[in-house]
Write a protein that binds this ligand. Structure first.
Ligand SMILES: NC(=O)c1ccc[n+]([C@@H]2O[C@H](COP(=O)([O-])OP(=O)(O)OC[C@H]3O[C@@H](n4cnc5c(N)ncnc54)[C@H](OP(=O)(O)O)[C@@H]3O)[C@@H](O)[C@H]2O)c1
Length: 315
């Protein structure tokens, strides 16, 4: 496993990170979840991502408990705040009140004393940015959060927050967590260039397009019965990706992976990692075999001619 800095900051994260949306604490039982988290840790993954909202807090419980046996200075634990945790007025968003209250509940669920990376899951247009920045600053000064980041913020929002941190003499966000994969490339236009300039690294989510880029979904065929797309508890976020045109493009990638002697998942993850502003690709893994396959992407270099062949396949 190779490691990269989170943007220009000193902390290092594994090129492949492990996420927990839908899976750990969600559709998977705790024993299976713990086994995969342990496998990833033992094979070099040091970056673990969760969120307060995943499985209504249960994901934080499972991830925190699974990591607990390992020395605290050997992993980077990331969680998030923003999405509603109840239907009352102050149970969502990025107000100082919600951030402080949710953060302490996250610590309890994780059974940890501090979080390495605390991320604003989405921008909150209802809350002044200075309120959110000062809340993060205070948690950092208290030693409860080491770094803070954002998720799915636009280039303009990233520029604005960095400028305001400078004016407020507050710590700047170190990372952005956007959607990024071969079929969803919007961050290439502005978010990556601006982040590079402002020192943030991308920790990208759904780099396999939720499994679509593994090639297991075939055009004109029903999804495999044990896949996310076949599971009504999980497939509601897949409609945009699992379209026939995408499945056909993905099949054109098969010969490229075959020629390189790597799996489709490794090709898709190594493709994201070709961007040096990407600090980590955050995968989901439902089995140890999937985790093993995906971890193999770290260190795979794609030549210019391979990248061109991929562009042609995706056209
Ligand atoms: N910030 C945000 O708003 C946001 C949003 C979404 C996700 N995330 C983060 O990103 C993480 C990853 O997202 P994701 O789960 O969508 O990532 P993903 O890696 O694109 O998809 C993971 C799913 O693909 C399938 N899969 C994975 N490896 C495979 C392999 N080698 N062969 C075949 N199938 C494979 C598995 O599902 P099946 O086997 O069940 O088909 C697995 O659960 C999340 O856990 C979360 O931490 C963040």
């Amino acid at each position: 496993m190779n490691y990269r800095k989170l943007g220009r900051w000193g902390v290092r994260v594994s090129e492949v990170g492990l996420g927990s949306w839908l899976t750990y604490g969600g559709v998977m039982d705790e024993e299976q979840s713990t086994a995969i988290i342990r496998y990833c840790y033992e094979n070099g993954v040091n970056f673990f991502d969760t969120a307060n909202v995943y499985a209504a807090g249960r994901s934080e419980e499972v991830v925190g408990k699974a990591l607990k046996p390992f020395p605290r200075d050997t992993y980077v634990l990331a969680t998030k705040v923003y999405f509603p945790m109840g239907d009352k007025p102050n149970q969502s968003g990025l107000s100082r009140k919600h951030i402080f209250e949710q953060f302490h509940l996250s610590l309890q669920r994780l059974r940890h004393d501090y979080v390495d990376l605390y991320q604003c899951h989405r921008p909150d247009p209802e809350t002044p940015l200075e309120e959110t920045i000062r809340a993060m600053d205070d948690l950092i000064r208290q030693g409860k959060v080491l770094y803070w980041g954002v998720s799915e913020w636009s280039a303009t929002q990233i520029t604005n927050v960095v400028r305001l941190c400078e004016q407020m003499n507050a710590p700047k966000p170190v990372s952005n967590q956007p959607l990024y994969h071969m079929l969803a490339r919007s961050i290439e236009r502005e978010v990556i260039p601006v982040s590079e300039q402002e020192g943030l690294g991308q920790v990208v989510f759904s780099p396999l397009a939720q499994g679509v880029l593994t090639g297991k979904y075939k055009p004109g065929q029903p999804p495999p019965s044990d896949s996310r797309a076949a599971d009504s508890r999980q497939n509601m976020f897949m409609q945009n990706t699992i379209r026939e045109a995408n499945l056909e493009r993905v099949q054109k990638l098969q010969p490229i992976a075959q020629q390189l002697g790597i799996s489709m998942a490794q090709l898709a993850l190594a493709w994201c990692l070709r961007q040096h502003n990407v600090s980590s690709v955050i995968i989901g893994a439902r089995t140890i075999d999937q985790a093993k396959d995906n971890l193999g992407a770290s260190g795979v270099q794609l030549s210019e001619s391979v990248l061109t062949a991929i562009e042609e396949a995706l056209e």
